[in-house]
Design a protein around this ligand. Structure first.
Ligand code: GA4
Length: 338
């Protein structure tokens, strides 16, 4: 019998059962793959709503964000993560903003990654990394600001499509929540170094890069390099890998959009597993509202006299509660009406 001891370097990092490609023999026929939506195409609103209802997740094709903007940030991020550890540590530890390594949040979650987490200020014409965020260099600050300026437009178009597809008026009822000057945008760039130790574990085991969780905001817009690792949970709980696509953006439905749509759209659990050979770099923009924003089911989505399925909260309170939780907790549960 072969006994696989967990290598000491992975002491603090938990292992996960691998998702089988396609979601396993039983489900591969049921999972047609991640839907791709052309936001400017005819029927975009219906396609966005359909993908969000079925998976809480889809890929945006033909998004119009120049490759130059994405590539610039990717190379700035690579240059930062290649710096000596002491230089990176000078921008951390993330609390929650700044440089973090292996630790996620404040309550003991860990993963095989390092990252930069930054707050974003929204101005009419442009987005900018907030002064409160420790950014290692002005060139990285500029690259992030330019990138977020572009992807916040993708988030806004997605939320306009959701409003249109669900028959919510005005068209900017949702997108307006995440684009005002007081809105709480967050940006993170994750670097998952190769994890050669994986080769010493059985095939059925992976190393946690970023543990399973839902995102608390309305939507998140993710772009990664060509290294696999992202997985999502289907509605039946089965995990499926998301094939990487460096030219696309992936949209992830968050808890706040679940509540606003009274559960028509559901936030999706997702996670990242480490790769044994190649580094993975992902950049994610989290579209959050202003701290005072009330998050409650939109009246248009309730029948006459119907009570919403969730109790109301403000984004500020929800965020505070999130920071007291563990990554994998179901943070919406306390707000569900039974
Ligand atoms: C998950 C989504 C975003 O990455 C994030 C994360 C945040 C953090 O890394 O600081 C949290 C996590 C995320 C939810 C629960 C809390 C807070 C880590 C954690 C354990 C930036 C966010 O907004 O919530």
């Amino acid at each position: 019998m072969v006994v696989h001891a967990k290598p000491a370097a992975l002491d603090q990092i938990s292992l996960v059962r691998s998702a089988e490609p396609g979601g396993g023999a039983a489900s591969s026929s049921l999972f047609p793959g991640v839907p791709a939506v052309d936001l400017s195409g005819p029927g975009a609103a219906a396609a966005v709503v359909d993908a969000c209802e079925r998976f809480g997740f889809f890929k945006v094709a033909h998004h119009g964000v120049p490759a130059r903007v994405v590539d610039r940030l990717e190379s700035e991020a690579a240059a930062f993560f290649a710096k000596p550890q002491a230089e990176k540590d000078a921008s951390g530890p993330a609390n929650p903003l700044g440089y973090g390594s292996k630790r996620i949040g404040r309550n003991g979650d860990t993963g095989w990654l390092e990252y930069l987490l930054l707050a974003v200020d929204h101005h009419q014409a442009a987005a900018a990394v907030s002064k409160a965020s420790p950014v290692p260099s002005s060139s990285l600050r500029e690259a992030v600001s330019e990138y977020v300026g572009a992807v916040r437009g993708v988030a806004a178009r997605v939320l306009e499509a959701v409003a249109e597809g669900l028959g919510v008026a005005p068209r900017d009822a949702l997108s307006g929540m995440v684009s005002g000057a007081a809105s709480d945008g967050v940006f993170r760039v994750n670097h998952y170094p190769p994890c050669p130790l994986l080769q010493r574990l059985p095939d059925s085991c992976s190393v946690t890069g970023f543990g399973e969780h839902t995102d608390p905001q309305l939507v998140s817009v993710l772009r990664s390099n060509g290294t696999p690792g992202l997985q999502l949970a289907l509605r039946d709980g089965r995990w499926v890998p998301v094939p990487p696509d460096r030219d696309a953006f992936f949209v992830i439905v968050g808890d706040s959009l679940e509540v606003l749509t009274n559960g028509r759209l559901k936030s999706v659990r997702h996670r990242v597993v480490a790769n044994s050979l190649k580094p993975r770099v992902s950049m994610i923009y989290f579209a959050g509202p202003a701290p005072e924003q009330r998050i409650a089911p939109l009246p248009e989505l309730l029948g006459h006299g119907e009570q919403g399925a969730y109790r109301e909260f403000t984004w500020g309170d929800y965020k505070k509660a999130a920071y007291r939780s563990r990554l994998g907790d179901n943070r919406l549960d306390p707000f569900r009406r039974r």
